[in-house]
Write a protein that binds this ligand. Structure first.
Ligand code: PMP
Length: 436
């Protein structure tokens, strides 16, 4: 049978920019033709040609329980039978908000939206509305969705305003943002010393995983809390990726409770919706009450709190018990260790970086020697070694994220059989990386 993917991709590109609904899916940085997926179950995805892959993308994070968990699917089917969308309050969204609050002690109230981008966009507007200030501080290499003010790149000096990170972002929008190197408390102190009274919020990934996995240095997030509090700015912890994935209360549950820092606002998505379009902004009640209709900060959504999405989220959180997290942690440890060992055996300079059960592989001498603590360091990798590594894994039936700058996602459904297939594929992929 001829491979149907090239023809499908050509057809897709004729009607969809790049043939994809989100850029990274186009295989731009690894080359080749993306697989069109027909179905997924547990740790596996199956393409339209019937080939099955062990999936290490898991929809970029949501699939904590594995694909198509029967109880989650049943909950969505039952909800669908009752109606797809009402545009009115539902009991399920109240229950889900209560479940989020019960898990994450930093959350008093929750506003549901449909995407992580909306959650961080709302956080930015709310922070500005609450403080009467315009400036947002973000860190280079952190991704918070395609919000104008957060698609920004560092300007020429430390406390200078950012430049647009995309065509179409007005310079005036980027100029409301200051971009600081990650894990650099001294740089942030300098920014606050100069502009502290103008800063509405510092927005940070709880543990960055969008420049590869770059854990916060011990005390870094706590230092953000201290500096923002000293200057009357808010701390927004973006847990869209880490929330309900690295533990029952996300990264904050792993680190923040012990370190004694509490963010003002948190954003969630991905696992929260169990694979359906659902995200949320949570945090201090006095801040959340500033949102419409109780407050002056406008925010709304036709499909917000959609009943199918809240059904999937509720079922997912109910199932995500300590045993699930233990299984994901263990699977991640085995695969991360094996990836490191395979590269080691082939003499490929690398470093495996971890944040809870999230990990990614960094390639190159600099990463191997110094580790990666910032975006500047993340960019100094042997990126040319990743495409052959990726394609060798794909050919062996393992679907990695099609970019070096992404975490590898495990799930509670990655059982021994799935993990065996990953471990069997790694040595050949490491050989391909070594030969590049
Ligand atoms: N924040 C973080 C930390 C993310 O990883 C992402 C998505 N990868 C977003 C926000 C944006 O979420 P969405 O793609 O649902 O808009």
């Amino acid at each position: 049978m001829t491979d149907p993917m090239p023809e499908l991709f050509a057809r897709a590109r004729a009607v969809i920019p790049g043939g994809v609904s989100s850029p990274v899916r186009a295989y731009g940085s690894v080359g080749g033709t993306p697989r069109f997926i027909a179905s997924a179950r547990g740790p596996y995805v199956t393409d339209v040609a019937g080939r099955e892959y062990v999936d290490l993308v898991m929809s970029w994070g949501p699939g904590l329980l594995g694909h198509a968990h029967p109880e989650v699917v049943a909950a969505v089917q039952a909800a669908a039978a009752r109606g797809l969308s009402f545009g009115a309050p539902t009991v399920a969204e109240v229950e889900l908000a209560e479940a989020v609050r019960a898990r994450v002690g930093a959350v008093e109230e929750v506003r549901f939206v449909s995407t992580g981008t909306e959650a961080t966009m709302t956080a930015v507007r709310l922070a500005r509305g609450a403080t009467g200030r315009d400036l947002i501080v973000k860190f280079a290499g952190c991704y918070h969705g395609h919000v104008d003010a957060l698609l920004a790149e560092a300007g020429s000096g430390l406390a200078t305003f950012a430049l647009p990170g995309s065509a179409g972002v007005p310079a005036a929008s980027a100029a409301t943002t200051i971009v600081v190197p990650y894990n650099d408390v001294a740089a942030l102190e300098a920014v606050f010393a100069e502009r502290g009274h103008e800063i509405a919020a510092v927005v940070t990934e709880a543990a960055p995983a969008n420049m590869g996995v770059v854990p916060p240095a011990p005390g870094f997030n706590a230092a953000l809390r201290r500096l923002t509090a000293e200057h009357g700015a808010l701390l927004v912890l973006d847990e869209v990726l880490t929330g309900f994935r690295v533990g029952p209360a996300g990264w904050w549950g792993l680190e923040g409770v012990a370190d004694g820092y509490t963010p003002d606002l948190l954003t969630f998505g991905k696992v929260l919706g169990g694979g359906m379009p659902l995200a949320a902004l949570g945090g201090r009640a006095d801040l959340l009450e500033l949102l419409a209709p109780t407050g002056p900060v406008y925010q709304a959504g036709t499909l917000s709190g959609n009943p199918l999405a809240t059904a999937a989220g509720l079922a997912t959180l109910r199932l995500a018990d300590t045993d699930v997290y233990a299984r994901v942690d263990a699977a991640a440890r085995v695969v991360a260790d094996a990836a490191g060992a395979a590269l080691e055996a082939q003499g490929v300079p690398h470093r495996v970086q971890r944040a809870g059960n999230l990990f990614s592989v960094m390639l190159g001498e600099a990463a191997a020697r110094d580790g990666v603590a910032s975006y500047a360091q993340a960019q100094r990798q042997d990126v040319f070694r990743y495409p052959p590594f990726f394609h060798a894994m794909l050919d062996a039936g393992v679907a990695l994220p099609p970019s070096l700058y992404e975490a590898w996602f495990l799930s509670a459904a990655h059982d021994d059989a799935a993990i065996e297939r990953i471990l069997a594929a790694l040595p050949g992929a490491a050989r391909a990386a070594a030969a590049a």
